[in-house]
Design a protein around this ligand. Structure first.
Ligand SMILES: *[C@@H]1O[C@H](CO)[C@@H](O)[C@H](O)[C@H]1NC(C)=O
Ligand SMILES: *[C@@H]1O[C@H](CO)[C@@H](O)[C@H](O)[C@H]1NC(C)=O
Ligand SMILES: *[C@@H]1O[C@H](CO)[C@@H](O)[C@H](O)[C@H]1NC(C)=O
Ligand SMILES: *[C@@H]1O[C@H](CO)[C@@H](O)[C@H](O)[C@H]1NC(C)=O
Ligand SMILES: *[C@@H]1O[C@H](CO)[C@@H](O)[C@H](O)[C@H]1NC(C)=O
Length: 433
């Protein structure tokens, strides 16, 4: 009993191994590509194409032997079949909708009872409706809609018919659009633009109708109208376009100092930022800039300049809707001058000043009488207000002259000279001793 069971198992194992070897040997050499251009509408035609290739050779052609392609396509109707070498093509159609498997087996054509060297299977979808794709994209094409609300989103809604056999060549189409926001529209062209007042998820429904005259088979039937329809819908999450880039922060920096700028961006996330600082403003592409995937609408940028001069910060911000570039000029000054550089000119200036003061003192002691009269006895009515003005002008002059601490003596001297030079402006009382 146990012996019979063992031999049964053994024979099963042998069988499976043999079968596996057979399948392996059959499929080890060849690949059989099998494609169809479906889905199709009932009555339209689908092309199913098959190509035999060597497995590891990639694109290396198979040998010149003849191959037999054995197609199984029932219940589809065969319209045409053709083949050459390692390629075979069939064209099929169906009056009924459904999902139909189509298989093909390939064997050498020149031998009897040859085994299959490759096989494959494809599934063809046949629909009673029009086949196609409805797509929505958000666009920034300002030419299409002039009066855009600032928060609105312009969309391009487009239907693409899938008709590889040109079945609808003589049909006229009608498109009924429902934009989901209460707006409906009927057109004869497959692309429309619609402006949504707010961002968020939008859903578009489309009803396509195709109508054409078909030649009847008999004389009495003449030509009859044929109509096919299709229902499609598509949804899209609308985003705010990038509307502005605000660069906040100082646009002046010093060499070897951190320049901190903050970028504020108006637009829906996710945003992709790309920035570059160069001596001139440049239009940016993704390859030559600092790329940042932004998680928020602001970004802090920090940069250290090695050389003084004029720079330009080029910024490019992008989201799923549009792209915006902005530029900011940056002035980089040499870092603060070292005190040591000031010492020498200051010493020179100071000594010049002291020399001048000494000279003036010497001169004034020589002409003391004349000067004392004018300088010490000033009782003019404007003397309460004028000193501030004259002092200012004096200090200004002093500062222009020496740029450091104006020497009091020289100031006095200059003031005195001013007084002496402009006797007519101020009513100066005259005294005689
Ligand atoms: C069947 O065809 C498809 C499409 O060409 C291909 O990707 C797949 O590898 C094929 N299968 C076999 C077993 O050759
Ligand atoms: C519809 O579009 C999708 C994505 O672009 C594509 O994969 C699909 O094949 C298209 N279908 C038809 C019928 O064109
Ligand atoms: C910029 O920020 C850094 C810290 O991130 C700070 O150390 C530096 O002082 C800042 N620079 C300026 C000019 O504010
Ligand atoms: C982005 O924000 C999400 C949540 O808002 C957070 O989980 C994630 O860590 C952030 N990523 C970065 C790079 O900051
Ligand atoms: C950017 O800088 C501002 C101050 O300038 C600070 O309040 C903010 O938190 C910073 N943001 C990030 C992400 O570091």
């Amino acid at each position: 009993m146990a012996q019979t069971l063992a031999s049964l198992i053994l024979s099963k194992v042998v069988c499976s191994v043999l079968l596996l070897c057979h399948v392996r040997s059959a499929s080890v050499l060849y690949d059989l590509d099998l494609t169809n251009d479906g889905p199709i509408t009932t009555e339209a035609q689908a092309t199913i194409h098959s190509t035999l290739r060597m497995k590891d050779g990639g694109n290396s052609p198979v040998s010149d032997r003849k191959y037999h392609f054995n197609w199984v396509y029932a219940p589809l109707t065969l319209v045409e079949s053709s083949g050459h070498g390692a390629d075979s093509t069939i064209i099929v159609t169906s009056p009924f909708p459904g999902v139909f498997p189509v298989s093909v087996q390939v064997m050498h054509a020149d031998c009897w009872l040859c085994q299959t060297i490759a096989r494959n299977l494809t599934v063809l979808e046949v629909s009673e409706f029009i086949v196609g794709n409805l797509s929505i994209t958000q666009t920034e094409d300002h030419d299409k809609v002039d009066s855009r609300s600032p928060t609105g989103a312009l969309t391009r809604v487009s239907f693409l018919l899938h008709d590889p056999s040109n079945y609808f060549k003589s049909a006229s189409f009608t498109y009924k659009w429902d934009f989901g926001d209460g707006t409906e529209m009927t057109t004869e062209y497959p692309t429309v633009y619609h402006n949504y007042p707010t961002v968020g998820v939008c859903t578009v429904h489309l009803e396509v109708a195709a109508e054409w005259r078909q030649d009847g088979s008999g004389m009495e039937q003449r030509r009859k109208m044929v109509q096919k329809t299709g229902h499609f819908s598509a949804a899209l999450e609308l985003m705010d376009a990038v509307r502005g880039i605000n660069i906040v922060g100082s646009t002046e920096a010093h060499v070897m100092e951190n320049l901190n700028l903050s970028l504020h961006i108006q637009g829906s996330l996710p945003l992709h930022l790309c920035w570059l600082i160069k001596t001139e403003c440049v239009p940016l592409d993704r390859d030559h800039c600092h790329l940042v995937a932004m998680n928020a609408t602001h970004y802090n940028l920090s940069h250290v300049f090695r050389d003084a001069g004029q720079y330009c910060l080029s910024v490019r911000v992008e989201n799923g809707v549009n792209m915006l570039q902005s530029y900011q000029e940056i002035q980089v000054r040499p870092s603060g001058i070292h005190p040591a550089f000031l010492v020498l000119p200051c010493i020179t200036l100071l000594s010049a000043m002291l020399g001048l003061a000494a000279y003036v003192t010497f001169r004034s002691s020589a002409q003391q009488k004349d000067l004392v009269e004018v300088a010490d006895f000033d009782f003019s009515p404007t003397s309460d207000t004028s000193p501030s003005g004259s002092k200012w002008s004096c200090r200004q002059m002093c500062c222009e002259t020496c740029c450091l601490w104006p020497s009091q003596e020289s100031c006095e001297t200059i003031r005195e000279h001013h007084r002496l030079l402009r006797p007519l402006r101020e009513p100066v009382k005259m005294y005689t001793m």
